[in-house]
Every structure is written in C-alpha cells, then in structure tokens.
Design a protein around this ligand. Structure first.
Ligand SMILES: CC(C)(COP(=O)(O)OP(=O)(O)OC[C@H]1O[C@@H](n2cnc3c(N)ncnc32)[C@H](O)[C@@H]1OP(=O)(O)O)[C@@H](O)C(=O)NCCC(=O)NCCS
Length: 182
C-alpha cells in the first residue's frame, strides 16, 4: 500500500486480488453506482451512458476487479475509458477513470491508465483530457504519466461550476523524437 492508501473490510492487503481487463455490458450498473460515489456533484454517468460508450466502435473501456475468498464472484472496483479519434491525424481523449474510494492509493488507477495509454499509443497521436483544477490525486497521476497543462475551461463541470484544466500527453513518436534529438 502506498502513502495514499487505507484499509477496507475485505482485508486491505494492497493490490492483491485485483485484476484488470475489458469492461463488459454487465458492468454498466456497477459503474454507475461508482460514478454516483465519485462524481456526486457533476452529473454522474448513468448505466445507459456506460452502455452507449461500450457500444461505440472507437472507444476502449477497462475494468479493475477484486476477488476475495469470502465472495463468490470478483466485483468491480474501478473503470476507465478512452476514445480513439481522428483519421489521418489521430488523437485520443480520456473519457473517464475512477477507482472505488475503499481501494484508492494502491496502484489501481495507474494500472487502468497504463491500459488506456497503451491503446492511445497503438492508435497514435496526442492524448487529451479534462480534469477539475482542484483534483490533486488525478492531476498527480496524469503528470506522472507525461500529461501537461495546455489550457483551462472555466466552469466546465456542471452543476458544480468547477473549472477544468485541459491536459495533453504528446504523441509517443514526438517524445521519442525529443529523446533522440538530445
Ligand atoms: C484519480 C484516481 C483514479 C487515482 O486512482 P488510484 O488507484 O487511487 O491511484 P494510484 O494508487 O494508482 O496512484 C497513482 C498516482 O496518482 C497520484 N495519487 C493518487 N492518490 C493521490 C492522493 N491522494 N494525493 C496525491 N496524489 C495521489 C500519485 O501520483 C500516485 O502515484 P504514487 O502512488 O507513485 O504516488 C482516483 O483517485 C479516483 O478515482 N478519484 C476519483 C475520480 C476522479 O477524480 N477521476 C478522475 C477524473 S478527471
């Protein structure tokens, strides 16, 4: 467990028992329940919105699941999704990422982000996202994965009216070029 972590009633032992893989239609209601917890003041996505995202041909969604001996089936503890956009000039946009507060700070967000970025790198081009300017955990995660602030959207989130930073991670090939030029 890292410095941000906390225990939970299922035997808080770090990231043990956590697996990541594709998000499925059957997860839509669990996602919506987590959304209500994580984004209460900002129009949390209902199950139908997750189902719609999963149906879209240009999106990729992943789940983190937890299993423990006391429960018969693994249950959803995190989700993340990205849209792969553009034609000749590809780009990607992170649509969402969330981890159950009971298991935050155990590396699950980073594992989900790694899956999104692997999709983005295979697709090519830069990756964009919006994040509340006061969301320090998310901003720290994004910065550590190579995102930088490129702008701000005042009162972007509703109904809270919170501001958003626009962040961008350069295309992997641009970063490689910079490294090569040094
Ligand atoms: C942002 C979020 C997905 C991170 O998930 P997580 O599983 O807790 O994150 P991880 O344990 O993988 O941590 C990855 C990095 O995030 C940052 N981070 C995570 N929690 C943090 C905290 N409480 N304070 C500061 N930085 C934090 C750190 O850089 C951390 O790296 P480190 O462990 O090497 O220090 C999670 O906090 C969350 O679900 N937040 C609510 C939903 C949300 O805001 N989503 C983003 C919308 S734009």
């Amino acid at each position: 467990m890292n410095a941000h972590g906390g225990g939970d009633e299922t035997g808080g032992d770090g990231a043990a028992g956590i697996t990541v893989g594709p998000l499925e239609f059957a997860d839509a209601h669990s996602c919506a329940a987590l959304e209500r917890l994580l984004f209460a003041g900002e129009s949390p996505w209902p199950a139908a919105a997750f189902a719609e995202e999963l149906r879209a041909p240009h999106t990729r969604f992943f789940a983190a699941r937890r299993s423990c001996p006391q429960r018969r089936r693994p249950w959803l503890v995190g989700y993340a999704g990205i849209a792969l956009l553009g034609g000749a000039e590809p780009e990607a946009e992170v649509h969402t990422i969330g981890v159950d507060p009971k298991v935050q700070g155990r590396g699950i967000g980073r594992r989900l982000m790694a899956l999104l970025l692997a999709e983005a790198d295979a697709h090519g081009g830069p990756v964009f996202l919006d994040v509340r300017t006061d969301n320090e955990p998310a901003i720290a995660l994004y910065r550590s994965e190579g995102f930088e602030n490129i702008g701000m959207r005042p009162r972007y989130y509703q109904p809270s009216g919170a501001d958003a930073y626009v962040m961008r991670r350069r295309a992997a090939e641009d970063t490689d070029g910079k490294e090569a030029a040094r």
